[in-house]
Each structure stands twice: as C-alpha cells, then as structure tokens.
Write a protein of this length. Structure first.
Length: 683
C-alpha cells in the first residue's frame, strides 16, 4: 500500500499521454467501433442470460430486489404526499416528517442505479469472459453510485418535494436545479459511461481518444451545470440572509460560483494537454467532495428545520405558561412604594439560544467537512502531507510496553489549533444546543439548567485541554513538575482564588444556591443572577449587581428564601384596647384573613391571643405568602384590611398612655391628672 501510494503521488503529476491532436482524433473511429460494436453488445446480452445459470440464487434475489423497488415507488409516493400535507400545522408538524420524507426519497432513487449495479454484477459472474465485458461491468459499477446521487437530488428538488415543502426553497430556484439535473442525467451520465468504458479499454489509443474526448465533454457539461446550480443556490441563500451577511452576497458568492464553474474546466484542460490520469484521479476526488458538500447542505437544512420547529414549540409553551400565570395571578391592588422586586426566573432567550445553536451547528459541519475533505484529497496531493514531514520536537511514548521516540510535527500543531478552536466554539455555544435538544424535554428549574450548562462547559474545556496536551506530546510525567510548582504557588499567592474556585464547584454540584434564588448573605439580600468560577453575582432590591466571592456561600451562614419552597410566613402583631370584645376581634381578624387574595389557604392563616401588654391586648397574625415578592404587598394589605375591619366593628387600637403626678406645680395649676384605662405608673 505504501509503495502504491508512493507511485500514485509521484506519477500523478506526470503526463500520461500526449496533447490532444490530429492523431488522437484519428484513433477515435476505431474506438467508437469498439465501444458500439453489435457483436460486443450481443456478447453482453448472452452473458446476462447465462448469469442465472451460474448463480441462480443471486439472480433470483437480484430480480426480487429490483422488482420490489419498482413496485413500492407508487405507494411511497402517496406516503410522501401524506407527510407533506402535515408540514406547517402546529399540531402535526415535527422533524420526523422530514426524516421520513428523506428516507422515502432515498428508497425511490434506488431502482435504476440498483438495476445498473446488478447488471454489472451479472456480467462479472457470467461464463463468457472478454475484455469488453469487463470494461462494461466496471463502467456500470462506477456509474451506479453516481447515478443514484443524481437521481436522489433530482427527487429532492422536484416540485412539491422535500426541498420546497420541508425546507422552504423557492420554486423558481428549484426549477433551475431541476432543469440542470435532468439535462445532466440525460447527457452527462451516458457521456460519463463512455468515458469510463474507454478508460478501461484494453487498447491505450482508445483511452487517449474516446475516453479523453468524452471526459472533456463531461467536464464542459459539468461546468455549465455547476455554474447555474451554484448561482441559483447562492441567490436563494442571499435572499434568506439578506441584510445579515452582505459579504456572502458579494465577494464570497462570486468566488464560490467561479470555483464551481472553473474547476471542471481546469480538469478538462488538464486532460486536453495530456494529464488524463491526473484529471481522472482528481475528478473522482472532486465528485466525492461535491457529494460531501451536498450531504452537508442537506444535514444543515434538516438541523435548521429541527431548530425552527423546536423554537416554535418552546415559544408556544412559554406563551401558554405566561397565559396561565396571568390568569392565576390575583388582581394587583395598585403600585406600592417600596415594594420588593419579584423573584422571577429569567425566561429562555430564544434568539440567543437560536444563535448559539446555529453557530455550533455551522462550526460542527465545517469541522466535519474539513476532516472528510482532508481524507479525500490527502492521498493524491503530496503538498497536504508536507506538514507531516516538519518535525518540531520529539516525545517519548510507550508502544507495546517499550519506550519509543515519536516526533511532534507541524500537522500535530495544526490539529491542536483546530481542537482549540472547536473547544472554544463548543464551550461558548453548547448551552444553546443543550437547551433545545435535552433540557427542554426535562422538568427542570432554570437554576438546574444553568448548573448543567455550566458543568458541560467545564467538561468540554477539560476534554479539549487534555486532547491538546496529548496531541503536542505532554503527558502527566512531563507536566507533573509544573503542577507541583503551581501547587506551591497556589498554596501561598492564589489560595483565595483556589478557595473560590472550589467553592464554585461545590455550589454547582451541591446547589445550595441557584440562579433565580433569593438569598441573604450577611446583610446582603438579593436574587442570584450568575454563578461563575470565582464569584456569584447577586442583584439586590435596588437592582445593583453585587459580586460575592463563592467562598462566602460556603463559610458563612446563608439564608436561601426559595431553595425548596418559595412560601414564606408573615407575622403581623395587632393590639386592641382593654375593655374591647377580644372574641369579636379574634373572629373579625380571622374572617378578614380568609377573604384576602394574597393570603394562602394552605397553610391556613392563624390568629393567636399572645398576651397582655402595657396598653393593649396583644394578638399575632400568622399568614403565608405564595412567593417572596408578595411579602411587602401582603403586609401592606394586612394592615389596611385589619384596621378597616376593627374600626367597622368599633374595636379600638390603643396608643400608649401614662398618668403623671407632679409634686410641685406653678401657681394657678392645681394638678394635672391624666386618666387612662391602662395601668398607671408613678415617675
């Protein structure tokens, strides 16, 4: 394999024939007579008839397979129409419809390519053997997958097909693609068969004449096809992203169209001047790259449709939750000065989630495309392997228990850079994908979602860092001295940072406080808005953001008002005058509490006679608030309603009074006596 690869890489850039001239055209006649000889094709027919006798079981299975594929096409077409009819409706639309439609189209594109492959197989197992039969069989095997891809994308872009109904492509653009695909299938596929047939011919002159001319014609046809299709697709993409990506609509669009049309022409020119072998090898890689790009486009469209459907579903759920919350919320009694801000969970930012998911999807597809493209082209382009030959440093590795020295090349360094980029993009945008793909399907509080997303970021960064260190040749034995030195430094100068980092991990795992919780740390009370590696951000009632080191949440006493239950108790003392009907007052206050909308029925409100004061009979009202933001409004309403109810029933709320006895007074004043129903004190 290495010797063959060496020969391919070194012979690739050497001319395999002469420049196309009069002599080549003179050989075209015999090549055409060989390719279209009635005797040769009659041998093909006889070989097909003899194939069932050579392998009867295989022939029966092949006929059954082709028959079933042709028979189910109409039924699958009706099923596809039913699936398309459900697209767009909120109650019936889901990503399974698109996946099912793609599967149906993939099966419907099989019959003719499968028939060609079976004919090629039958010719290879027939009892008649000739060089022409071998060439035909090889050509059919090579043509079958190409024809399948052409048929597949022709069906995808058909009127009322998957591209129009599921992906929302414009009918005008799809019409251009359909016409070009149909033209290429009718003209280009037969020319490609002739090119492969001539290339596998036993006579070199046939390869240099018939195969080369057919190849040049295929490249010219492919150039026109690529130009029109690339222009139509980029017009569609620019129309979708108008105003968002003007650069793509200008320079990059022109470059993409020029490359699409120019590369086939360049390959045809190479064949014209004698690099037929080079052009054939590069064309195979080019076609593989073309199908890869189309496959990634389809994957991207499916992912974007899934993203749009999921976003619509989440928006619908949020709208229903908001509507239910508004209906369940009691009517406000007016704005109260000094009212504490409500403890509200921040709703999902659908735009941010959508952008993160799109960026992650785009980066993932580009990464996969680059890797697969590298695998396609690296064997035929020695320039791509030059990075493997540049050694930067060496590392000692264990292979079968023995230490060996392996070089770290420039290619390894470039791969490490790619991993760093992928890690950075993934750590920044993974929360959006997690939110849509996983977390929305689980019954989780926003704080739990935040914790999971943060931990996933840490995991991605750790995996990326470990991978990069492994690629560049740093294992634990080489960096343990650095870790030891850092440990000493951390123990002295960075102990507070390390303590806060560890405390942040404890907060994320143990979750004593979560995003959205209302907490009291020391004299600070507010709502947790962010939990970072070093510190936690709290927004207080004045909407000031205060950064609190994570260590404070572990070493100090923390009151979490909403950790497991947002219900809190409100205690209001009430005093009535001595001589009042305390039983009536007790009953009035209980009835008033039961009628208040902000007071919870479970736990039930309570009123207790708690003692005898200096100037009043003391009661305490114990009521429960649904959430922390209702405490001040509830206290305000309690004071208002209780005062009004007691006054309505002629129950007096006293104020403190004292009797003063003066031993010496001014002339004209005989004495001052202040009478009071409460106890008297002598100064």
């Amino acid at each position: 394999d290495e010797y063959k690869q060496f020969l391919d890489q070194n012979l690739l850039w050497i001319p395999s024939t002469t420049i196309l001239g009069i002599g080549t055209l003179r050989d075209l006649g015999p090549a055409l007579r060989w390719a279209f000889s009635p005797e040769s094709w009659s041998n093909v027919g006889r070989s097909l008839l003899q194939a069932p006798r050579t392998n009867p079981l295989g022939a029966v299975l092949a006929v059954l397979l082709v028959g079933v594929l042709f028979a189910v096409r109409r039924a699958l077409g009706r099923t596809l129409e039913q699936l398309n009819g459900k697209v767009g409706a909120i109650s019936t639309d889901h990503i399974g419809l698109t996946l099912g439609a793609l599967a149906i189209v993939a099966v419907c594109a099989l019959p003719i390519p499968a028939l060609l492959a079976i004919v090629g197989w039958a010719l290879s197992v027939g009892s008649l053997e000739s060089e022409f039969l071998i060439s035909v069989s090889t050509s059919l095997f090579a043509l079958a997958p190409f024809l399948y891809n052409v048929t597949l994308y022709r069906l995808l872009t058909a009127p009322n097909g998957v591209a129009e109904v599921h992906f929302g492509w414009q009918a005008s653009v799809l019409g251009v693609v359909q016409r070009q695909v149909r033209r290429f299938a009718l003209i280009g596929v037969p020319l490609l068969f002739i090119a492969v047939l001539g290339y596998t011919a036993p006579v070199p002159a046939y390869r240099e004449s018939l195969s080369r001319i057919a190849f040049i014609l295929v490249m010219a046809l492919l150039s026109g096809f690529a130009y029109r299709v690339a222009r139509a697709i980029t017009d569609e993409a620019v129309g979708r992203d108008r105003g968002k990506n003007e650069r793509f609509g200008g320079e990059l669009r022109s470059v993409w169209i020029a490359l699409s049309a120019g590369v086939p022409l360049l390959l045809g020119l190479m064949a014209l001047i004698g690099y037929l072998y080079t052009a054939a090898i590069l064309t195979g890689r080019l076609i593989d790259t073309f199908w890869l790009i189309l496959s990634l486009v389809v994957v991207n469209l499916v992912a974007l449709r899934w993203l749009a459907l999921t976003r619509r579903k989440i928006a619908w759920q949020l709208a229903q939750e908001e509507s239910a919350a508004r209906q369940a919320e009691p009517e406000p009694e007016g704005e109260l000065e000094g009212r504490a801000p409500a403890v509200e969970h921040k709703p999902i930012d659908l735009d941010a989630v959508d952008q993160q998911t799109r960026r992650l999807l785009r980066a993932g597809l580009i990464f996969v495309g680059v890797l697969v493209t590298w695998g396609i082209w690296s064997e035929v382009l020695p320039a791509l392997n030059v990075f493997e030959q540049v050694s930067l440093w060496s590392q000692t590795t264990l292979v079968d228990g023995q230490e060996t020295i392996a070089p770290v090349t420039l290619a390894d360094l470039l791969l490490a850079a790619v991993v760093i980029i992928v890690t950075t993009v993934a750590s920044r945008n993974l929360p959006g994908l997690m939110e849509i793909a996983v977390l929305q399907r689980l019954t989780l509080q926003p704080g739990s979602r935040y914790t999971i997303n943060t931990l996933m970021r840490y995991v991605v960064v750790i995996i990326g860092t470990t991978t990069v260190l492994s690629i560049v040749g740093w294992d634990w034995s080489q960096i343990q001295w650095l870790v030891a030195a850092l440990s000493v430094g951390l123990g002295f100068g960075l102990q507070e940072i390390v303590a806060n980092f560890v405390s942040g991990l404890v907060i994320l795992f143990e979750r004593p406080v979560r995003v959205g919780d209302t907490v009291t740390v020391g004299e600070l009370t507010g709502t947790v808005s962010q939990v970072r590696i070093r510190a936690t951000t709290i927004r207080d009632w004045d909407r000031k953001e205060i950064v609190v080191p994570n260590k404070s949440f572990i070493t100090e006493q923390v009151v979490n008002w909403t950790l497991t239950d947002p219900i809190t108790r409100v205690v209001v003392p009430v005093g009535i005058a001595y001589g009042s009907d305390f039983k009536l007052a007790h009953r009035v206050m209980e009835e008033t509490l039961r009628e208040m909308p902000l007071v919870l029925d479970d736990p039930a409100p309570k009123v207790y006679f708690t003692g005898f004061g200096d100037s009043s009979l003391n009661f305490k009202l114990f009521v429960y608030s649904r959430q922390l933001s209702d405490r001040l409004p509830l206290t305000h309403a309690l004071h208002e309603d209780i005062l009004e109810a007691l006054r309505r029933n002629n129950i007096e709320i006293p104020f403190p009074q004292r009797d003063l006895h003066l031993r010496s007074v001014d002339h004209g004043i005989q004495g001052i006596v202040s009478k009071s129903d409460g106890p008297k004190e002598n100064p």
